[in-house]
Design a binder for this molecule. Structure first.
Ligand SMILES: Cc1cc2nc3c(=O)[nH]c(=O)nc-3n(C[C@H](O)[C@H](O)[C@H](O)COP(=O)(O)OP(=O)(O)OC[C@H]3O[C@@H](n4cnc5c(N)ncnc54)[C@H](O)[C@@H]3O)c2cc1C
Length: 462
């Protein structure tokens, strides 16, 4: 009998398996596609690999400005795609190695709960889980179960979308054989914006059609326009509602109620993701779900004793690093730990591309909505020595810090500009550890770095 059976081998599942294996627990991990899940196989890693090639191309085009002459510059999409496959394969082999190292048994197949556990940690009445794989069907017993089945692209019921080969989701676009001449992106969230940046850098004419008034709606309202303007080759149609798609022509209604059409060669549907709730026997196990995901408490417990859920399937925060942490919190609770609780107040987010963005904590607008009086300071990237030395886009980005006016705690850090995804964890630490302005002023940041703009902005808070 297994101590824990994990269904789904994405970031939440494989990291939880690793942590449990480290504690010498007997673990079975059932994954129906590839270890690494969405993140490694069709999300974070392949997108960033392709974006890196696009970035190299753009930088080479601008190299002359930095005194480096490049002649006969071009790119080869097939080679870029091969590199992506190489990176993904290498990292997947790494995860497979980790599973072996920590003694985790892996089945490549679909896992489904037939009967939930009694919730008794002795394992007197264990859970029964079916695995369906190329090797046939098998039944397994486990004292506890962890559900990590993730999410898949959501396809809204827009007329002309279903069975239209010219309308693709992010998974299909990642594997595309040629760079489309004209790409229409429906949805200006993180995924839509990253793909827009990728293909516009490679020469596609890209139009992003977004229903809200600004891209990446959770971004600070002063910062999102900076990111949008930095993507100068992309056309953004904001406040526009898509009505139907004909071939690859997107019909939409503008803010003023005008009917317009965007012609394209390919349409990316990037309007969000939905949790995978239908593949693993949620009903049979009696698990509470909503359309957003599996209902869990702050220890990632479901309503059924002995069954936990972590990652995108909970709908709480659809990010790989959130999935890692949720997996860890679930493991701590499975092992009987008391102190681990999932907190969502200091989860950093990032948008990758030629110009990057990242943030953590609340925005000025969220503070206002909560009635929290704040003080704020913003500094343009062009005052950062490193940023100016290395970027041709100097002037577009900024770092913004907001703090609670009453108790002087740091509440939010938001950045548009190169390296921001790399240094935003520092902001998360400041918020998580409830640092106050005067404490941050005493920290020493390395110079010259872009990150020191956080310190400079904090000095500007009054
Ligand atoms: C294009 C794109 C780019 C992204 N970029 C980023 C990024 O830069 N940074 C970031 O933090 N996040 C990013 N994300 C989000 C990130 O990929 C997810 O948040 C993360 O993968 C969630 O991890 P998870 O373990 O919860 O689920 P998943 O990674 O979705 O893994 C779930 C796994 O469960 C398996 N499964 C489902 N049902 C069953 C079953 N019944 N039996 C067995 N296996 C099953 C699936 O095959 C899948 O492998 C991106 C997503 C996309 C689509």
């Amino acid at each position: 009998m297994y101590d824990t059976i994990i269904i789904g081998g994405g970031p939440a599942g494989y990291l939880a398996a690793e942590r449990l294996g480290h504690e010498k627990k007997k673990v079975l991990l059932i994954e129906e596609q590839n270890l690494g899940g969405t993140c490694l196989n069709r999300g974070c890693v392949p997108t960033k690999t392709l974006l890196n090639s696009a970035k190299q191309y753009v930088h080479a085009k601008e190299a002359e400005k930095f005194g480096v002459m490049v002649q006969g510059l071009s790119y080869d999409w097939a080679v870029i795609q091969n590199w992506k496959t190489e990176v993904v394969t290498k990292l997947r082999t790494g995860i497979e190695g980790q599973m072996k190292r920590f003694g985790v048994e892996v089945i490549n197949g679909r896992g489904e709960i037939i009967c939930p556990p009694s919730g008794d940690p002795s394992g007197d009445k264990p859970a029964r889980v079916l695995s369906v794989s190329g090797n046939g069907t098998a039944e397994h017993e486990g004292k506890t179960i962890l559900i990590c089945t993730g999410s898949v692209p959501a396809l809204p019921p827009i007329p002309g979308t279903k069975d239209n080969p010219l309308v693709v989701d992010s998974t299909a676009l990642l594997a595309i054989g040629t760079v489309p001449q004209r790409l229409a992106v429906i949805g200006g969230g993180v995924i839509g914006v990253e793909f827009a940046g990728l293909f516009s850098s490679l020469g596609s004419e890209v139009t992003v059609i977004e229903m809200m008034d600004e891209i990446v709606p959770f971004m600070d309202k002063e910062q999102a326009p900076l990111l949008r303007r930095a993507m100068k080759d992309v056309t953004f149609k904001l406040g526009c509602k898509v009505e139907k798609i004909e071939g690859a022509a997107v019909h939409y209604t503008t803010k003023d109620g005008k009917a317009e059409k965007q012609d394209a060669d390919l349409v990316l549907m990037a309007v969000g993701r939905r949790p995978v709730l239908d593949t693993w026997g949620a009903k049979a196990a009696g698990i509470d779900t909503t359309p957003k995901g599996v209902a869990v408490d702050d220890r990632m417990r479901t309503n059924i004793p002995g069954i936990w859920a972590a990652g995108d399937v909970t709908g709480k925060s659809l990010l790989a690093h959130s999935a890692y942490r949720m997996g860890e919190v679930a493991v701590a609770d499975i092992l009987g730990g008391k102190s681990n609780r999932m907190r969502y107040n200091a989860i950093p987010w990032a948008v990758y591309g030629i110009t990057e963005a990242a943030g953590v904590g609340i925005t000025e607008q969220e503070a206002a909505a909560k009635g929290v009086a704040i003080i704020k300071a913003s500094l343009p990237m062009k005052v950062s020595g490193r940023f100016v030395a290395e970027n041709t886009f100097a002037g577009h980005g900024a770092v913004k810090v907001i703090a609670d006016a009453a108790n002087r705690r740091i509440l939010g850090i938001h950045a548009v500009g190169a390296y921001s995804p790399e240094f935003i964890w520092g902001g998360a630490a400041l918020i998580e550890q409830e640092f106050r302005i005067d404490e941050v002023k005493q920290l020493i940041f390395p110079h010259p770095t872009v990150s020191e703009l956080i310190r400079d902005a904090v000095w500007g808070l009054e």
